[in-house]
Design a protein around this ligand. Structure first.
Ligand code: GTP
Length: 215
């Protein structure tokens, strides 16, 4: 990796919607491989980094430019769980385990347990190294059951071989973040306006048609 991990197009901060995603998982599951695949479409087999890396990159999501900030975490061992700072920072999590490593499956389970009840945000559960079926230790069904438990989506991928499926994991979790934000904004607006909502709607209808979004 280059010495400057902050990449992507820079603009005025206010002009872009930002979505912060933390990629979590036990050591060696392919967090960096997945992150770099998404950001560059490339697969680089060996990443020599001893500390977490933060990337910034602009990506079009459903025709809207989004500034992704991705935190590629780097636990020293599978006893080291993410600190609350990570959950406070992130808008969403990508939880990664490797199908070849049962301990990494248990790691994501522990991560979810520690954040339960305190932090609520969109999560994507990802099983990586799906190309290594001959060394499989975790079945697809186990992944699906865990995702049901987490109430999140689940995808089996191989960072070594795939591009589109990996991008879709990040794009989908981003869409969830945007959807949650829209709902929160709407409910805040509803609470602020209280009974006045109907009046505002009536006023909006009074604007010329060209000023209103088409239904
Ligand atoms: N076969 C295979 N190997 C993979 C895949 N993804 C990553 N790897 C390999 O797994 C090893 C670890 O990948 P990393 O991306 O460094 O994993 P990480 O989770 O970022 O590791 P830490 O930074 O130590 O936490 C490397 O040797 C990668 O080449 C994959 O989909 N298939």
């Amino acid at each position: 990796m280059s010495s400057n991990p902050i990449r992507g197009i820079r603009r005025k901060k206010s002009s872009l919607t930002e979505v912060k995603i933390a990629v979590l998982g036990a050591p060696g599951v392919g967090k960096s491989a997945l992150t770099v695949r998404f950001l560059t479409k490339r697969y680089i087999g060996e990443y020599d980094h001893q500390a977490e890396t933060r990337y910034k990159h602009e990506v079009m999501v459903d025709s809207e430019p989004i500034l992704f900030e991705i935190l590629d975490t780097c636990p020293k061992n599978d006893e080291e769980l993410p600190l609350n700072d990570v959950y406070n920072w992130a808008d969403a999590l990508v939880l990664v385990f490797a199908i070849t490593d049962r301990r990494s499956f248990n790691y994501v389970r522990r991560v979810k347990q520690t954040m339960l009840d305190t932090f609520e945000m969109p999560v994507a559960l990802v099983a990586n190294k799906a190309d290594m079926v001959h060394l499989r230790q975790v079945s697809t069904e186990e992944g699906e059951i865990l995702a049901k438990d987490f109430e999140c989506c689940f995808t089996e991928v191989a960072a070594a071989e795939q591009v589109g499926q990996i991008a879709e994991v990040f794009l989908e979790v981003c869409r969830e973040v945007l959807s949650v934000r829209r709902k929160n904004k709407q409910s805040l607006l509803d609470r602020m306006l209280g009974g006045k909502t109907a009046v505002v709607k009536a006023y909006a209808r009074g604007k010329s048609d060209s000023a209103l979004p088409k239904d």
